[in-house]
Ligand binder design. Structure first.
Ligand code: SF4
Ligand code: SF4
Length: 503
């Protein structure tokens, strides 16, 4: 069943060893919960400063005027406590920008809301299940943060793929999840299949360097412990070769099904839906335990921490709290959010963990800085690009700020895997250029949209003023006509009266 995808790299998992078991990170004194933790529209707070909140209580929802656009996922209190501020704070994003966050002072009681538990989902319509998943605030936990319910919309879906590849070095949160909580992943996968209205195939894909995870999932799947097996005609756990980035959606579809995903096409247009194994476990918790998404597993690693581990972490936990829990050395020089290939540097350890944070790499020595030598047009980057792009061309156009031309070279097909930068002999920070170009283009699109809206508003105002002017003129005209008519009538009457008087 395994096919090859083009490009990619075989990377060593150096320094990736973590402790055996997932450990709870505990409850920090304050939780900083951003209103936007997913791709899409930010949520609106439904609590105010001074409110007491319970663990799992919804604290931000899609704003009423935005409800028609479902690209959002509500936010829930990760622990019980008091809302002490709703304000702008730095959030984990490559731009380094601030965003609105709800600050909760925890009370240490970790008191839950009353859970709505569903024992047997087969009594529910798939629609109801999708709504429950949406209300639980579940988004793709593989790093993308796409609201999960959007990928469960009714359609002609025949194959559900659960992505357990976790192909980037150093990250091991999915590996540990599959090893230690296989029931959550398997039942979560079956719930997802059921919410899709049933599928022909459900495939859980794991890289072949994770044999323990594979065995754990296989043992649970083979035991047939859940009546939800009806949701998928064929349920398979498969190993895929360890090759970066096998966990990319496009690459995984090629490896498993030998199907190329055409440019600008979504997997569901081919009848395929891909979810992360962490997302499946979150769905299990939401449906079977009635727990919304309020925590996730985060790998904390790097040579600046003594204890490399996977921590079950409440969303909103400040990063320095996790680093201390992992016995941070004093000489932290660089903090990377995400893996070494796709991650980005952050300048503050006070940033909160969000739904998409899978890994923190704390380094006591910064990774060697790019020398920025000129591109020698060696073509190495092109050979490893799994998206079949021309990275050197993208680099030239990004550097030249030619944002029109760069789109002709399919900039937005770039998955920012970093393979090109990894092999570049000139050590060019290629991905940084692509991210910069993407954000500039998005900014321009936003500006254009704003300008169009302003133009529309102006034109509408002009039209309204003209219409009002015309209406006023018509009223004057009417009034004038009426006056003249009345004057004529009066004159006629007077004339008639005069005539009869004369007679
Ligand atoms: S690998 Fe680097 S030097 Fe070689 S063509 Fe690509 S960008 Fe240029
Ligand atoms: S970062 Fe983009 S351009 Fe570079 S190899 Fe990956 S997909 Fe290709």
């Amino acid at each position: 069943m395994n096919y090859n995808f083009s490009g990619g790299l075989v990377l060593e998992k150096k320094g990736g060893l973590t402790q055996e078991k997932i450990v709870s990170a505990g409850i920090p004194p304050f939780l900083v919960v951003p209103l936007l933790q997913h791709i899409g529209i930010a949520t609106m707070p439904i609590v105010k400063v001074g409110d007491h909140v319970l663990k799992g209580q919804m604290i931000a929802e899609c704003g009423s005027e935005k409800c028609s656009v479902p690209m959002s996922a509500p936010i829930h209190a990760p622990s019980s406590g008091t809302v002490v501020a709703i304000e702008k704070r730095p959030v984990p994003h490559p731009s380094g920008l601030e965003d609105v966050c709800i600050l909760i002072e925890t009370d240490g009681k970790d008191e839950w809301i009353v859970a709505d538990i569903i024992d047997d989902c087969t009594h529910l319509l798939p629609d109801v299940l999708r709504h429950k998943i949406a209300q639980a605030g579940i988004v793709g936990l593989g790093g993308a943060g796409f609201p999960s319910h959007l990928k469960l919309q009714v359609g002609d879906i025949h194959t559900l793929i659960l992505n357990g590849a976790e192909c980037e070095p150093l990250i091991s949160c999915d590996d540990h999840l599959m090893r230690e909580r296989p029931i959550e992943v398997i039942i979560g996968a079956r719930i997802l299949a059921y919410a899709l209205g049933g599928v022909k195939r459900c495939i859980i894909a794991i890289e072949d360097n994770k044999p323990h995870a594979y065995q754990a999932l296989k043992a649970v799947a083979d035991s047939g412990l859940d009546h939800l097996h009806i949701a998928a005609e064929k349920f398979e756990i498969v190993q895929v070769p360890t090759r970066y980035p096998a966990g990319g959606e496009q690459q995984l579809i090629k490896v498993l099904l030998n199907q190329e995903l055409p440019k600008k096409m979504l997997p569901r247009q081919l009848g395929i839906v891909v979810h992360n194994v962490g997302t499946a476990a979150a769905v299990f918790r939401a449906v079977k335990l009635g727990q919304p998404l309020i925590s996730r597993i985060v790998t904390v690693t790097g040579n600046a921490v003594e204890t490399r581990q996977n921590l079950e972490t409440l969303l909103g936990t400040p990063m320095d709290y996790l680093l201390k829990k992992s016995n941070l050395n004093k000489d932290l020089m660089q903090l990377i959010l995400g893996g070494p290939m796709m991650g980005f540097n952050v300048s503050s350890t006070e940033l909160p963990i969000v739904k998409t944070t899978n890994c923190l790499i704390a380094l006591s020595q910064p990774i060697e800085k790019s020398q920025n030598l000129p591109c020698i047009r060696c073509g190495s980057c092109e050979q490893v690009c799994p998206a079949n792009l021309l990275p050197q061309q993208l680099y030239w156009y990004a550097r030249a700020k030619d944002f029109e031309k760069i789109q002709d070279y399919h900039l937005f097909e770039c998955i920012e895997c970093g393979c090109c930068a990894y092999v570049c002999p000139s050590q060019l920070p290629l991905v940084q250029f692509y991210r910069y170009a993407k954000s500039e283009i998005r900014g321009q699109v936003q500006e254009k949209l704003k300008a169009q809206q302003a133009k529309q508003r102006f034109e509408f105002r002009e039209f309204r003023l003209d219409r009002e002017k015309a209406e006023r003129a018509a009223r004057h005209q009417q009034a004038g006509d009426k006056k003249a008519f009345l004057a004529a009538a009066v004159a006629r009457k007077q004339a008639a009266a005069q005539k009869s008087e004369d007679a």
